[in-house]
Design a protein. Structure first.
Length: 294
């Protein structure tokens, strides 16, 4: 599909090149300072996720699925320190990297011992000792959310952090999340609705036609985000059978940018969003929380 000059002004240059390698498969920087930063970040993410789970009752023995854990499984193994039984799933699940992984997990274990001496570092130690990911320590599902291979009703809690905006088929993904979640189980998903090509212009992609956006999205392994808005994704969760669907916005488009964007959007009748309300458009990130009835 040819890109008009107007669309080229909307899309950043890096979107105009086809990505060759998914992020999780790219060579990792093994500089000790980078390793330490990665370990601290994994713990920070793990702490945030643990805070989401605080009111779900005792976590020990609960089966938790983290969708799209990233280029290491540090946050997942941090949560395993609370007695959670972890699983991870991703179409591009990061492999064990002999140059990076042993250094990272040793650093993670040290940081966990320093910051959270009460946590069980046994799962991290088991990964280090095995020089890989033993099945009895970490269940790995190398599939996109749309085609999970996990058994039905096998997960107590499913979580993701800035992942659902990268899916190919949200309706199928919701069906799979519903299938693998046990009756009464919970889902908590932090979703970033921003235009990933330029985070300071978080709504620009809504000016594109769906066909144009999908074409560019396919070329970069869907790392550019999505056009779906929070109210639309919430509707999909409800249609998929989930109950008590709640969305808490934790990031809004900046007022000056938002007013400028709205003026341009209202003059773009080819956009699917030109008639949406201000309230439907301004949230650009937030946490979804819902459960499976039964």
């Amino acid at each position: 599909m040819l890109l008009t000059k107007a669309i080229r002004r909307v899309l950043p240059k890096k979107w105009l090149r086809r990505a060759e390698t998914p992020v999780n498969f790219r060579k990792r920087d093994c500089n000790p300072e980078v390793i330490a930063q990665d370990a601290r970040h994994a713990i920070e993410v793990g702490r945030n996720i643990h805070a989401w789970l605080n009111d779900l009752g005792p976590l020990r023995g609960k089966r938790l699925l983290e969708v799209g854990p990233g280029h290491n499984f540090g946050s997942t193994l941090f949560l395993a320190g609370y007695g959670i039984i972890p699983a991870v799933a991703d179409a591009f699940l990061a492999p064990w990297d002999p140059a990076y992984s042993p250094l990272f997990y040793r650093c993670l274990r040290c940081e966990m011992c320093r910051q959270f001496p009460e946590l069980d570092t046994g799962p991290v130690s088991a990964v280090i000792a095995a020089n890989g990911y033993p099945d009895d320590v970490l269940i790995r599902d190398v599939n996109p959310v749309e085609t999970l291979s996990l058994a039905s009703g096998s997960i107590d809690i499913a979580i993701s952090n800035a992942v659902l905006e990268h899916l190919e088929d949200h309706r199928r993904a919701v069906q799979q999340l519903y299938r693998v979640t046990r009756p009464g189980g919970w889902n908590l998903h932090q979703v970033d609705f921003r235009y990933h090509g330029a985070f300071d212009r978080p709504l620009e992609h809504l000016l594109l036609t769906p066909a144009m956006f999908q074409a560019r999205s396919r070329d970069c392994f869907r790392e550019c985000g999505m056009q779906l808005r929070p109210f639309q994704l919430a509707a999909l969760f409800r249609e998929g059978g989930f109950a008590e669907v709640h969305f808490e916005a934790n990031m809004l488009a900046e007022p000056a940018y938002f007013q400028d964007f709205l003026g341009r959007l209202r003059r773009t009748p080819t956009s699917d969003f030109c008639q949406c309300s201000d309230e439907e458009l301004r949230p650009v990130a937030g946490l979804f929380r819902f459960r499976k009835g039964g």
